[in-house]
Design a protein around this ligand. Structure first.
Ligand code: NAP
Length: 278
């Protein structure tokens, strides 16, 4: 078997944890597309050079992960609407003539996964509570804004960072005090953990779900482990619980489509393939 030269990948520092190579290489093989997707360790000082070198290396594009999503705004030639609204880039596509286009597919990934895993949830006109105010939280807020959620409450340890989301995205987002998180669950239809709390090796997220209605959906963006303490508690009390793996898969769909011209399917076989690794 001949090794294919890489023509797509993910840039990060660190990068060993990424599941994206498993995902994209599964699709490349499934659709018989030449190429390979690889994890590339890139320190911040090398980001610009690495991105600008992609056309020469015949890359179709790359994904970006921690800590490059915001810095990349400076190094692409154009940004689409998603990148401008979220303020961060997770997908770079090499265009005709070698121009680099930056986009953000995390908001779409969150939306598509929510629809796939909680089809009964009608969030329009309802309340959502978002924990965290980093890039992922911002993408979630953009998705919820597009879904016409009436009240998006952002709670973050550092309140000024949450205030910046309000400045950037506007209504219906509002900021409340992190210490008040349990009371604000009352009347919420959706709770989203967009912090890394609960991730393997980190502290768990400390929150009592007592005030959360049983019909509410709980989504955790963390995908290592797949079942965080938050999701375990949510399931035990009857709430629909959604892990972070689906968002990771769905955010990759528009990137793969833009690079390789095929809209890949998200099916049970793919989920099973990735669940073994998560
Ligand atoms: P980020 O920009 O670094 O933001 C992290 C957020 O979590 C900040 O708001 C931070 O609060 C908060 N936080 C961190 N440690 C905390 C602690 N000990 N107590 C309370 N709050 C804490 O990270 P990100 O890119 O938004 O990613 C957030 C999480 O989402 C990560 O676990 C990431 O892996 C996951 N994610 C998953 C997907 C997916 O597809 N499933 C996609 C994107 C991200 P401060 O502002 O106070 O520091």
């Amino acid at each position: 078997m001949t090794e294919q030269a890489p023509n797509a990948g993910v840039l990060g520092d660190p990068i060993g944890h990424s599941l994206s190579p498993k995902l994209h290489n599964y699709w490349l093989k499934k659709y018989n597309i030449p190429g390979a997707y690889e994890a590339i360790h890139v320190v911040p000082d090398m980001l610009q050079r690495t991105l600008r070198g992609l056309p020469r290396k015949k890359f179709k594009g790359v994904n970006l992960t921690i800590p490059h999503k915001e810095a990349a705004n400076l190094f692409v030639d154009e940004r689409d609407d998603s990148a401008r609204r979220v303020g961060a880039i997770n997908t770079v596509t090499v265009m005709e003539g070698g121009r680099l286009k930056g986009s953000n597919t995390d908001a779409y990934g969150f939306y598509a996964n929510l629809v796939a895993q909680a089809p009964h949830l009608n969030i329009k006109g309802k309340r959502a509570v978002v924990l965290g105010a980093g890039g992922a939280a911002r993408a979630v807020c953009v998705a919820l804004q597009d879904m016409e959620v009436a009240d998006i409450i952002i709670l973050n340890r550092t309140q000024e960072k949450a205030d910046r989301i309000i400045t950037a995205i506007g209504k219906p987002c509002r900021v409340e005090n992190w210490d008040n998180r349990e009371n604000l669950l009352e009347a919420a239809s959706l709770l989203v953990n967009a912090t890394p709390l609960g991730m393997k090796g980190l502290q768990p997220l400390k929150i009592s779900l007592d005030a959360l209605p049983r019909e509410a959906v709980v989504a955790d963006l963390v995908y290592r482990p797949l079942e965080t303490d938050l999701l375990k508690e949510a399931r035990a009390r009857g709430n629909t619980a959604i892990d972070g793996l689906g968002m990771l898969i769905w955010q990759a769909v528009p990137a793969f489509t833009a690079w390789f011209g095929v809209a890949p399917e998200v099916d049970d076989a793919l989920l099973a393939h990735l669940r073994q690794e998560a």
